[in-house]
Design a protein around this ligand. Structure first.
Ligand code: V1P
Ligand code: CA
Ligand code: ZN
Length: 412
């Protein structure tokens, strides 16, 4: 009915496990796994399951997670729950990992930056261990589809958790599924390009490969003061001059595109296509990982950009056009109904001959139509135009300067 077709010779796999939907980071926490439920509802409502192969994800193994993360950290994550946390904190080898207290810290931090205090970025919650190993398992299964040539594009919207470090959780991210995926890809592909359109800097991925010339990381993100409080936009790294670890063979293989608040569709497209296009030409990747954090959309609860769903999707289309093996991951995204809209649209772009879906959501086929109805919720449209919530700080001459500077960097 909606013209969903399965193009011949182009295989897309979709990796998911609904168990992740039941997770709650805490009442006030912005990360809502519920957005994944809404995404699934739209994907099924539009019939996209007929255009791809869907796989139920299974949990990653401890050994797989250890290919990047510290063994103590992995053991802690595999055992932690609100019930076991205090006891685990008493174990000497875990106690060594408690970060030093800073003045003005609002929450008490336990080992590995984890905490049971309300308001923590990386809380310990019920079912957390299950959740972490599942989103990681989904990314690794998706990766395997690509490295074994069974899919051209593989998708995991529950993955893309780019801030996690080797032995520390950060910014709602515990296991860095992206790093684990790229490590696995390096067995097969000579060079992997990582592109990150989440509104935050992909610091964990950049750091993991800062000495690795076979991986180029490229992040687009809000950078600078958060507001007039003087606080920097999280995580505060990813300056234009940050190009990888100086004096190592990894230097020049990290690229950062810091962006002011309020960037619009046209400006974002200019930046994304100029820099990504040049990076692909210069680096000649053998595969691409695209982190599609939807907090770069207008109207996001944490983000500060003004880009619309179609432009967010254009980034996927642009990368898809290279024809390289492509891993598509989720990430941030804090206005759940719009996260679902964007990721459903992008699922369609990956499959379905890249056709655009009807703007009219098939409300009779989605279980919670009210989530997408009414003026405040986008009037049943897949592509509502977002209000410009943030003043546009971006000026053309400045964007051109950044493109020029990054172009110079790519000449190395
Ligand atoms: O700003 C901070 C930290 C907390 N202070 C010590 C500084 N944290 C941010 C974290 C944002 C993480 C984004 C993750 C991703 O890139 C990938 C999944 O999207 C933060 C914010 C904020 N407005 O930036 N934490 C919280 N808000 C927060 C609010 C309520 C409860 C818990 C956390
Ligand atoms: Ca980013
Ligand atoms: Zn983000």
């Amino acid at each position: 009915e909606y013209g969903i077709t399965r193009p011949k010779g182009h295989k897309v796999s979709f990796h998911y496990n609904s168990t992740v939907e039941d997770m709650h980071f805490g009442k006030t926490h912005p990360m809502k796994p519920w957005r994944l439920t809404l995404t699934k509802h739209l994907v099924l409502g539009y019939g996209l399951q007929y255009a791809m192969d869907t796989y139920e994800a299974v949990a990653a193994g401890i050994d797989q997670v250890r290919t990047f993360h510290d063994p103590d950290y992995v053991e802690f994550l595999s055992q932690v729950s609100p019930q076991t946390f205090d006891k685990l904190c008493q174990v000497p080898r875990f106690r060594n990992h408690v970060p030093a207290k800073h003045e003005g810290d609002s929450v008490d931090l336990g080992p590995f930056n984890l905490s049971t205090s309300p308001g923590a970025d990386c809380p310990v919650f019920d079912g957390m261990s299950k959740y972490l190993f599942l989103y990681t398992g989904a990314t690794l299964a998706a990766t395997n589809q690509l490295t074994t040539n069974q899919s051209d594009i593989a998708i995991n919207w529950s993955g893309g958790l780019h801030h996690a470090h080797k032995s520390e959780a950060s910014g709602f991210c515990y296991i860095n599924d992206i790093v684990l995926s790229i490590i696995d890809m390096l067995r097969i592909y000579p060079r992997v390009l990582y592109i990150d359109i989440d509104v935050h800097h992909g610091d964990g991925v950049e750091e993991a490969f800062q000495r690795q010339p076979r991986v180029m990381t490229l992040s687009y993100h809000r950078y600078g003061p958060y507001d007039d409080t003087g606080h920097k936009f999280f995580p505060g790294t990813g300056d234009l001059s940050d190009v990888g670890l100086k004096g190592t063979v990894g230097e020049h293989f990290a690229l950062n595109v810091p962006i002011g608040s309020g960037i619009d569709d046209r400006q974002y497209r200019y930046l994304f296509e100029s820099v990504t296009g040049k990076a692909i030409d210069a680096f000649k990747p053998s595969a691409i990982v695209l982190q599609c954090g939807a907090d770069s959309l207008g109207g996001d609860r944490l983000g500060q950009f003004n880009i619309n769903i179609k432009q967010h999707g254009e980034c996927v289309n642009f990368v898809k056009k290279t024809g390289l093996p492509l891993l598509i991951l989720g990430g941030g995204g804090y206005t759940a109904r719009n996260v679902a809209r964007a990721w459903c649209h992008e699922t369609a772009l990956a499959t379905n001959n890249g056709a655009h879906l009807s703007d009219k959501i098939p409300l009779d086929l989605v279980p919670r139509p009210e989530a997408f109805m009414g003026r405040a919720h986008g009037d049943g449209q897949l592509f509502p135009k977002f209000q410009k919530d943030h003043r546009n700080e971006c000026v053309e001459s400045d964007l051109e300067m950044k493109v020029k500077k990054l172009d110079e960097e790519l000449k190395y």
